[in-house]
Design a protein around this ligand. Structure first.
Ligand code: DAK
Length: 260
């Protein structure tokens, strides 16, 4: 198992829980944390019993309060671009990841925090969660995909207002505009685990290809998206899981999927 300084990786099959663990800096993202998150995602794939990942923040206050501002004064424009590249690569890896990733937003999710949550497949939040893209307050713009993904999720007008004002978006508003799927009054991680367990009962290949079809399709014109759906449909139709799934339905029993 990997040695991590800035994150905690826990296995509770079928879920893996990935926690950013810098609570004194409100879990702000430095380059090391970004690297460890990426390594942990690779490590999780060696555990075949894991069917989904929950991304959250350690401590009472924050999910991720953005990029580590204390590192910014000394950064050259070239280093800033490199940092943005690493962050963007992580978000792409999350979108391409073969397992679902749920953001469990337990507090402040500002800047890079909102951006990492957006790269997850969907977001659950506690009522004390706070979202926002406050970069314009610092004289910069979002650099981990916020200008691209926020508009795709909540629509261009909502995204424009959030990015141009830099204001804090309380959990209730985030829920209302469709940024958050579910507001969880009780145990946020337990709720996310329940959803992963639900998904773990479905065909593993079907879940993987469905995520891929939705993600890749978003970037395509409708004809190309439908073509992609057709070809993935053909692939999954050739699987043993499809034979088992259909057979189990006809025999009125639960399917036993093998991921093959
Ligand atoms: N970075 C580093 N430290 C942070 C931090 C951050 N983003 N946010 C909070 N902290 C630290 C505070 O400095 C404080 O440290 P100490 O003074 O105790 O040593 C500790 O966490 C507790 O914070 P506060 O005392 O401020 O706590 P409050 O409850 O009063 O306020 C807050 C909580 C979340 C409202 C406030 O801390 C806050 O506004 N934080 C900054 C949030 C923010 O602006 N985040 C967006 C950062 S910009 C890039 C690509 C991407 C990005 C940047 C560059 N490349 C192109 C290079 C992304 C940018 C962002 O994410």
């Amino acid at each position: 198992m990997g040695e991590y300084k800035n994150i905690i990786l826990e296995f509770d099959p079928p879920a893996a829980i990935l926690k950013v663990n810098r609570p004194r800096a409100l879990n702000a993202l430095n380059p090391e944390t970004i690297r460890e998150l990426s390594e942990a995602l690779d490590e999780i794939l060696n555990h075949k019993e894991i069917r989904g990942v929950i991304l959250t923040g350690e401590g009472e206050k924050a999910f991720i309060a953005g990029a580590d501002i204390s590192r910014m004064p000394d950064m050259s424009p070239q280093e800033a671009e490199r940092f943005a590249e690493e962050g963007q690569k992580l978000t792409l890896k999350m979108e391409e990841y073969p397992l679902p990733i749920i953001a469990a937003v337990n507090g402040y999710a500002l800047g890079g925090g909102t951006e990492l949550a957006l790269a997850c497949d969907f977001i659950y939040a506690s009522p004390k969660a706070v979202f926002g893209q406050p970069e314009v307050n610092l004289g910069i713009i979002p650099g981990f995909g916020g200008t691209q993904r926020l508009a795709r999720v909540v629509g261009v007008n909502q995204a424009m207002e959030i990015i141009l004002t830099g204001r804090h978006i309380p959990a209730e508003e985030a829920y209302r505009i469709g940024l958050v799927n579910k507001l969880v009054e009780g145990d946020l991680i337990e709720e996310a685990k329940k959803t992963i367990s639900e998904i773990a009962g479905r065909g593993p290949l079907a879940v993987m290809y469905a995520k891929k079809a939705v993600r890749r399709g978003l970037e395509l014109a409708i004809e190309a998206g439908l073509e992609l759906e057709r070809s993935l449909f053909g692939l999954v139709f050739a699987s043993e899981d499809r034979i088992e799934g259909v057979k189990a339905f006809l025999e009125k029993r639960k399917p036993e999927f093998k991921g093959k």
